[in-house]
Design a protein around this ligand. Structure first.
Ligand code: S3P
Length: 174
Protein backbone atom coordinates (compact mmCIF):
# COMPACT_ATOMS: atom_id res chain seq x y z
CA UNK A 1 0.00 0.00 0.00
CA UNK A 2 1.28 3.45 -0.89
CA UNK A 3 2.54 5.63 1.94
CA UNK A 4 1.81 8.75 -0.08
CA UNK A 5 -1.28 10.80 0.69
CA UNK A 6 -1.37 12.45 -2.69
CA UNK A 7 0.09 11.49 -6.05
CA UNK A 8 3.28 13.23 -7.20
CA UNK A 9 4.13 14.56 -10.65
CA UNK A 10 7.77 15.48 -11.28
CA UNK A 11 8.45 18.27 -13.75
CA UNK A 12 11.56 20.16 -14.83
CA UNK A 13 13.98 20.66 -17.67
CA UNK A 14 15.90 17.84 -19.34
CA UNK A 15 18.70 16.63 -17.10
CA UNK A 16 17.02 17.70 -13.87
CA UNK A 17 16.95 14.09 -12.66
CA UNK A 18 13.18 13.47 -12.71
CA UNK A 19 13.34 9.77 -13.50
CA UNK A 20 15.96 8.86 -10.88
CA UNK A 21 14.18 10.88 -8.22
CA UNK A 22 10.82 9.32 -9.13
CA UNK A 23 12.32 5.83 -8.82
CA UNK A 24 13.79 6.54 -5.38
CA UNK A 25 10.55 8.11 -4.10
CA UNK A 26 8.51 5.19 -5.41
CA UNK A 27 10.72 2.80 -3.50
CA UNK A 28 10.60 4.81 -0.26
CA UNK A 29 6.84 5.38 -0.41
CA UNK A 30 6.13 1.88 -1.70
CA UNK A 31 4.09 3.05 -4.62
CA UNK A 32 3.79 2.68 -8.36
CA UNK A 33 5.82 4.97 -10.60
CA UNK A 34 5.90 5.59 -14.33
CA UNK A 35 8.22 7.54 -16.57
CA UNK A 36 5.90 9.15 -19.10
CA UNK A 37 8.44 9.06 -21.95
CA UNK A 38 9.10 5.35 -21.39
CA UNK A 39 5.37 4.74 -21.25
CA UNK A 40 4.81 6.61 -24.54
CA UNK A 41 7.69 4.77 -26.22
CA UNK A 42 6.53 1.33 -25.12
CA UNK A 43 2.85 2.02 -25.87
CA UNK A 44 3.65 3.35 -29.35
CA UNK A 45 6.40 0.80 -29.90
CA UNK A 46 8.73 3.60 -31.04
CA UNK A 47 11.57 5.48 -29.37
CA UNK A 48 11.14 9.18 -28.55
CA UNK A 49 13.62 10.21 -31.29
CA UNK A 50 11.68 8.04 -33.78
CA UNK A 51 8.41 9.74 -32.86
CA UNK A 52 10.01 13.19 -33.28
CA UNK A 53 11.63 12.22 -36.59
CA UNK A 54 8.67 10.50 -38.16
CA UNK A 55 5.72 12.52 -36.85
CA UNK A 56 7.18 15.75 -35.47
CA UNK A 57 7.02 17.51 -32.15
CA UNK A 58 3.32 18.43 -32.30
CA UNK A 59 2.35 14.77 -32.53
CA UNK A 60 4.67 13.96 -29.63
CA UNK A 61 3.00 16.71 -27.54
CA UNK A 62 -0.43 15.27 -28.37
CA UNK A 63 0.76 11.81 -27.26
CA UNK A 64 2.19 13.28 -24.06
CA UNK A 65 -1.18 14.83 -23.31
CA UNK A 66 -3.10 11.65 -24.07
CA UNK A 67 -0.85 9.35 -22.01
CA UNK A 68 -0.49 11.78 -19.12
CA UNK A 69 -4.26 11.71 -18.66
CA UNK A 70 -4.15 7.92 -18.70
CA UNK A 71 -1.25 7.34 -16.30
CA UNK A 72 -2.39 9.87 -13.75
CA UNK A 73 -5.16 7.50 -12.66
CA UNK A 74 -2.91 4.44 -12.57
CA UNK A 75 0.32 5.53 -10.87
CA UNK A 76 1.08 7.47 -7.69
CA UNK A 77 4.30 8.98 -9.08
CA UNK A 78 4.75 10.22 -12.63
CA UNK A 79 7.98 11.62 -14.04
CA UNK A 80 7.34 13.76 -17.11
CA UNK A 81 9.43 14.99 -20.04
CA UNK A 82 10.92 18.47 -19.82
CA UNK A 83 8.54 19.85 -22.43
CA UNK A 84 5.35 18.68 -20.74
CA UNK A 85 4.33 22.31 -20.17
CA UNK A 86 4.93 23.30 -23.83
CA UNK A 87 1.41 22.58 -24.99
CA UNK A 88 -1.21 24.98 -23.63
CA UNK A 89 -3.65 22.10 -23.31
CA UNK A 90 -1.34 20.00 -21.13
CA UNK A 91 -0.29 23.02 -19.11
CA UNK A 92 -3.95 23.79 -18.34
CA UNK A 93 -4.61 20.13 -17.52
CA UNK A 94 -1.71 20.09 -15.05
CA UNK A 95 -3.23 23.06 -13.23
CA UNK A 96 -6.33 21.03 -12.50
CA UNK A 97 -4.77 17.73 -11.58
CA UNK A 98 -5.13 16.37 -8.04
CA UNK A 99 -1.43 15.78 -7.35
CA UNK A 100 1.58 17.50 -5.84
CA UNK A 101 3.67 18.86 -8.67
CA UNK A 102 7.37 18.98 -7.81
CA UNK A 103 9.74 21.01 -9.97
CA UNK A 104 13.30 19.67 -10.04
CA UNK A 105 15.83 22.23 -11.12
CA UNK A 106 19.55 22.99 -11.27
CA UNK A 107 21.55 25.86 -12.74
CA UNK A 108 21.33 25.81 -16.53
CA UNK A 109 25.09 25.18 -16.83
CA UNK A 110 24.69 22.00 -14.78
CA UNK A 111 21.68 20.82 -16.77
CA UNK A 112 23.59 21.52 -19.96
CA UNK A 113 26.54 19.32 -19.00
CA UNK A 114 24.09 16.51 -18.23
CA UNK A 115 22.22 16.68 -21.56
CA UNK A 116 24.51 18.07 -24.23
CA UNK A 117 24.54 15.99 -27.38
CA UNK A 118 22.35 13.31 -25.83
CA UNK A 119 21.30 11.23 -28.82
CA UNK A 120 18.06 10.18 -27.13
CA UNK A 121 16.90 13.74 -26.55
CA UNK A 122 15.81 15.27 -29.86
CA UNK A 123 15.59 18.75 -28.33
CA UNK A 124 19.19 18.58 -27.05
CA UNK A 125 20.90 16.65 -29.83
CA UNK A 126 23.01 18.95 -32.03
CA UNK A 127 21.49 21.99 -30.34
CA UNK A 128 23.71 24.99 -29.55
CA UNK A 129 24.05 25.90 -25.88
CA UNK A 130 22.48 29.32 -26.44
CA UNK A 131 19.38 27.78 -28.05
CA UNK A 132 18.96 25.37 -25.15
CA UNK A 133 19.46 28.19 -22.67
CA UNK A 134 16.65 30.11 -24.39
CA UNK A 135 14.43 27.03 -24.30
CA UNK A 136 15.13 26.64 -20.58
CA UNK A 137 14.36 30.32 -19.92
CA UNK A 138 11.14 30.11 -21.90
CA UNK A 139 9.91 27.21 -19.74
CA UNK A 140 10.81 28.40 -16.26
CA UNK A 141 7.72 30.52 -15.63
CA UNK A 142 5.39 27.64 -16.52
CA UNK A 143 7.23 25.19 -14.26
CA UNK A 144 7.08 27.76 -11.51
CA UNK A 145 3.39 28.47 -11.99
CA UNK A 146 2.21 24.91 -11.49
CA UNK A 147 4.77 23.60 -8.99
CA UNK A 148 3.92 23.18 -5.34
CA UNK A 149 7.61 22.94 -4.52
CA UNK A 150 10.87 23.56 -6.31
CA UNK A 151 13.82 21.38 -5.34
CA UNK A 152 17.41 21.72 -6.45
CA UNK A 153 19.11 18.62 -7.78
CA UNK A 154 22.45 20.37 -7.67
CA UNK A 155 23.34 18.66 -4.40
CA UNK A 156 23.85 15.00 -3.58
CA UNK A 157 21.11 12.62 -4.61
CA UNK A 158 20.36 11.70 -0.98
CA UNK A 159 20.04 15.36 -0.02
CA UNK A 160 17.58 15.94 -2.85
CA UNK A 161 15.43 12.99 -1.76
CA UNK A 162 15.57 14.05 1.90
CA UNK A 163 14.48 17.60 1.02
CA UNK A 164 11.51 16.35 -0.98
CA UNK A 165 10.42 13.92 1.73
CA UNK A 166 10.71 16.57 4.43
CA UNK A 167 8.51 18.93 2.40
CA UNK A 168 5.97 16.21 1.75
CA UNK A 169 5.68 15.35 5.45
CA UNK A 170 5.39 19.04 6.38
CA UNK A 171 2.62 19.40 3.83
CA UNK A 172 0.84 16.28 5.15
CA UNK A 173 0.23 18.08 8.47
CA UNK A 174 -2.38 20.31 6.82
C1 S3P B 1 11.80 16.86 -24.06
C2 S3P B 1 12.32 16.19 -22.96
C3 S3P B 1 12.48 14.74 -22.92
C4 S3P B 1 11.46 14.07 -23.86
C5 S3P B 1 11.53 14.63 -25.23
C6 S3P B 1 11.28 16.15 -25.24
C7 S3P B 1 11.73 18.34 -24.01
O1 S3P B 1 12.34 14.24 -21.60
O2 S3P B 1 10.16 14.19 -23.35
O3 S3P B 1 12.81 14.35 -25.75
O4 S3P B 1 11.06 18.93 -24.87
O5 S3P B 1 12.33 18.93 -23.09
P1 S3P B 1 13.45 14.45 -20.44
O6 S3P B 1 13.13 15.76 -19.76
O7 S3P B 1 13.23 13.29 -19.54
O8 S3P B 1 14.77 14.45 -21.09
Amino acid sequence: MSLLKRPIILIGFMGAGKTSVAQALAQNYQCRFVDLDEHIASSENMSIPEIFNQYGEDTFRALEHQYLQQVIDEYEIVSTGGGIISSDETFEFLKTVNADIIWLDAPFSVLYTRIKDDQNRPKAKNTPKETLKNLYSSRVSRYNEIAFMKVSTNSTFNETIATIEKNISANDQY
